[in-house]
Design a protein around this ligand. Sequence first.
Ligand code: FE2
Length: 115
Amino acid sequence: MISGTIKSGDWKGEKHVPVIEYEREGDLIRVEVSVGKEVPHPNTVEHHIAWIELYFQPEGSNFPVMIGRVAFTGHDDPMTEPRAVFFFRTSRKGKLQALSYCNLHGLWENEVELE
Ligand SMILES: [Fe+2]
């Protein structure tokens, strides 16, 4: 990540930070990424979360693999929730990283260890 351009923080107090929650069933990984879980983020044409991306960096690898990207394009009615579920398969452990993009406040990231 390029220092200074991607912000992070505690998602419980900073509404832009993506929340990463996962479940493992054997080698099937289900990951839910959401923005605004504790402190809702605005969702208007003028100010909204435009997309979320999820990456997985396996232990021993020196770069993350992109798992997927979801764009949110409804901001009135219908209004899309900045929340997405990704599925992928791996037997490996590693690091899950999520990026979220606010059209006014830029890029935000969070990461959790995948056990
Ligand atoms: Fe924002």
